[in-house]
Structures are given as structure tokens and as C-alpha cells.
Design a protein around this ligand. Structure first.
Ligand code: GLN
Length: 197
């Protein structure tokens, strides 16, 4: 089993380290050729505009979409979740018009919890995974889901109330937080379970 981790910008290293601890082979995906033979893909956190631009420049969008359509499991964390969404707005600037893969039927709000200084760690209950420790760094919220996407995890936020932070659509999983920073193995075990053996 080999997991491809999109390594254009962001914290791809942490995902890779965690998977290797679990005995899983990983490959950094920087160009089309790196996607050959991958059984699953992770799109890490970072800056979604930058990662999106680089996906476009390197011609990785269509190959990733094709793998997604053919059932390859994909997990997007934080910026990665933004890149999987069909609809993106920013809490402050509104429409971002940014590039996304547009694979999941969901709308996200970028920087929904505020700026860098509003980062926090919280326990989140995710259906099918259980309680996980989530690191939220200028995280998005998943505010709507339609069609094939289902919200599977919520955060009870002191000011925003109950808000979506995890979603699943067939072979795809979006998390608004960083499991690779908290090192929560349960998330990876669940994701690896999505790979048909
Ligand atoms: N705020 C970033 C964005 O909108 C995401 C931050 C992150 O991945 N930690 O792209």
C-alpha cells in the first residue's frame, strides 16, 4: 500500500511521518508522475490559495480528479479540505475565486474561527472515528453539505455554536483540523480502512 501526499506547500512531512510510523509507504507528490501506483492521496494543510495555484501550474488537478472519480481514497486536512470543496468563501473577504478541485459537494468558510492568534486545540467527535484531538489553525468550517457529502463531525464552539468540521463523500474525507499535528492515529487508521484491499 502506498499513500501519495501532495507536497507542494504545507505540512506534508507530518502526514508522512505518521503514516510511516504505522508502517505505510508514502510518496511525496510534486508532479503527475508521482501519482503513479498510489492507493490513496492526502492533501495537507497549508495555504489553500498557494497549493491550488501550484496544483494548476503543475497540471495535477485533472489527474487527481480522475483518481478520485475512480474511487481512490482522498483525505484533505484544513487547506486540503478547502481544496476539495465546491464552494469557498472567506469569513472576511467573501468570495475568494480561488482554484479548488471541487470534488466534494460542500461549502466551506475559510478562516472561520478567526486569525492565527485564535488557533486552538479541541476534542471533536467524528462519526466512524470517535473522539479525536484536533488542532485548528486558521481553520475553515464546513457550513453546508448537499448531494453526496455528509457532515460527520461537529465542534461546539463558544461563540459560533455547533459547526461542521468533518465531512465524508464516498471515497473522500475532509477535516477542518490537523490530525497530523496532534498525531491522532485513529484518523489514519480510519482513512487507511477506506482503501479497498
Ligand atoms: N487558512 C488557510 C487557508 O485558508 C488554511 C490553514 C491551514 O491549513 N492550517 O488556506
Amino acid at each position: 500500500m502506498k499513500v501519495g501526499i501532495l507536497a507542494l506547500q504545507g505540512d506534508f512531512l507530518e502526514h508522512s511521518e505518521l503514516l510511516r510510523e504505522l508502517g505505510v509507504e508514502t510518496v511525496y507528490v510534486k508532479k503527475q508522475d508521482d501519482l503513479r501506483d498510489v492507493d490513496a492521496i492526502i492533501i495537507p494543510g497549508g495555504e489553500s490559495t498557494t497549493i491550488g495555484n501550484l496544483i494548476e501550474v503543475r497540471g495535477l488537478g485533472e489527474p487527481i480528479r480522475e483518481l478520485a472519480r475512480s474511487g481512490t481514497p482522498i483525505m484533505g486536512t484544513c487547506a486540503g479540505a478547502i481544496l476539495l470543496a465546491r464552494k469557498v468563501v472567506d469569513r472576511v473577504v467573501g468570495e475568494t475565486g480561488q482554484y479548488t478541485l471541487g470534488l466534494m459537494d460542500m461549502g466551506v468558510v475559510r478562516n472561520a474561527f478567526g486569525r492565527q492568534k485564535n488557533s486552538f486545540i479541541a476534542r471533536v467527535n467524528v462519526e466512524g472515528i470517535g473522539e479525536v484531538s484536533g488542532v485548528f489553525i486558521r481553520a475553515p468550517a464546513i457550513v453546508e453539505a448537499w448531494g453526496a457529502t455528509r457532515l460527520i463531525g461537529y465542534l461546539d464552539h463558544p461563540t459560533l455554536g455547533r459547526i461542521g468540521v468533518a465531512a465524508r463523500q464516498d471515497n473522500m474525507l475532509s477535516l477542518a483540523f490537523h490530525p497530523e499535528i496532534s498525531g491522532d492515529r485513529k484518523v489514519y487508521e480510519y482513512f487507511l480502512g477506506m482503501i479497498k484491499r
